[in-house]
Design a binder for this molecule. Structure first.
Ligand SMILES: [Zn+2]
Length: 349
């Protein structure tokens, strides 16, 4: 087959098959779930910012990519409570979990002030949550760099793909280089938040929220450092500065950390364990199965939440697959098998 034609065919498949699997899953998943036992598993969810309303979202003060409306957050809680999931905190794991029950955990990354919307809902349902904060932003009242790129470029009328490419490029850099880039491209005022939508919690808010038994604060590094770019000593420093600030504000030393952007390697895991964290949260979108071995660091997978139809999203999480993951996994497996059989045929010739 002509190579150009093959590539075109692959593009058509890549663009359409995950959508078809999703549509199919929407009907099939509930049927499978009727017969599926879900006990002995923990589903952890990652949230970032929350919006009060669509109107607030349309202001473009933060990048909406990973953020949802507060009512959609509540919908997710409702959905999992209706399916008999019990919401727990990391401390509940330490206390030991009954395997005859499915569990869920809520986590928020970065430390947006708008997370107060979640705290109100958590209080209503009496559900715990961990807030992973990057302390430099809290202490200095700084806007997050990915939001700076988004809001300024949107204002300049830039295309969304160009914005995504720029954000992706910056994710490959250490925080100092990112800061220099922002300064060079937008000047120092860019670090100043525009409103309550894009600002982080301040120190007093961390302090007062920590008094709630439903709220705990976890380490998300000081600079929101993508840790695989740093030496082990630098990683330890990121954890320590952040831990000290959190301890000074809340009186509690965090036992949890979430790796910014989900990136980790052996150095990161060693540093995490050496610094005494009990739980590390990744961004691997999979279910966690009980029991957890607790002598060492426990790494927990987390699902990235998406706005939209929560019952559809929820059924995929409960079945531990996503349409694009399933499709690309199958496609890679097929390419591997085809490669293997063609190289075998070559050897036989
Ligand atoms: Zn983050």
């Amino acid at each position: 087959m002509d190579q150009a034609f093959q590539l075109m065919l692959r593009d058509v498949f890549d663009n359409n098959i995950p959508g078809l699997i999703e549509k199919l899953g929407f009907f099939i998943n509930p049927l499978i779930l009727k017969f599926r036992k879900e006990n002995g598993r923990l589903l952890v969810f990652t949230f970032h910012g929350l919006f009060e309303s669509e109107k607030q979202k349309a202001l473009n003060h933060i990048d909406p990519q990973n953020n949802m409306l507060a009512c959609q957050f509540e919908e997710l809680i409702d959905y999992f409570l209706n399916h008999k999931y019990k919401f727990i905190s990391p401390e509940d794991i330490t206390g030991g979990l009954n395997k005859e029950q499915p569990y869920a955990m809520i986590t928020f990354d970065d430390g947006y002030f708008n997370n107060y919307l979640a705290i109100d809902i958590l209080r209503k349902y009496q559900i715990p949550s961990v807030f992973f904060i990057s302390t430099k932003f809290i202490v200095e009242n700084r806007s997050y760099w990915w939001d700076i790129i988004y809001k300024y470029r949107m204002k300049q009328g830039k295309n969304i793909n160009t914005i995504r490419n720029e954000q992706e490029y910056l994710k490959g850099l250490k925080f100092r280089l990112i800061e220099n880039y922002i300064l060079k491209n937008f000047a120092i005022e860019a670090f100043k938040p525009w409103s309550d939508i894009d600002r982080p919690f301040n120190e007093n808010e961390v302090k007062s929220n920590s008094k709630s038994p439903l709220v705990s604060f976890g380490n998300h590094t000081h600079n929101h450092a993508i840790l695989t770019k740093y030496t082990k000593e630098e990683i330890i420093e990121e954890f320590r500065i952040s831990n000290k600030i959190i301890f000074d504000l809340t009186g509690t030393l965090p036992i949890t950390t979430a790796f910014p952007n989900g990136n980790f390697n052996d150095h990161v895991l060693e540093a995490t364990e050496e610094e005494g964290f009990r739980f590390a949260f990744t961004t691997k979108q999979k279910v966690n199965f009980l029991p957890f071995v607790q002598e060492n660091l426990v790494c927990l997978n987390r699902f990235m939440t998406k706005p939209g139809n929560i019952s559809r999203f929820g059924s995929f999480c409960r079945l531990d697959y996503f349409p694009d993951g399933l499709y690309f996994g199958m496609r890679n497996q097929m390419a591997y098998l085809m490669n293997r059989s063609s190289s075998k045929a070559k050897i036989q010739q």
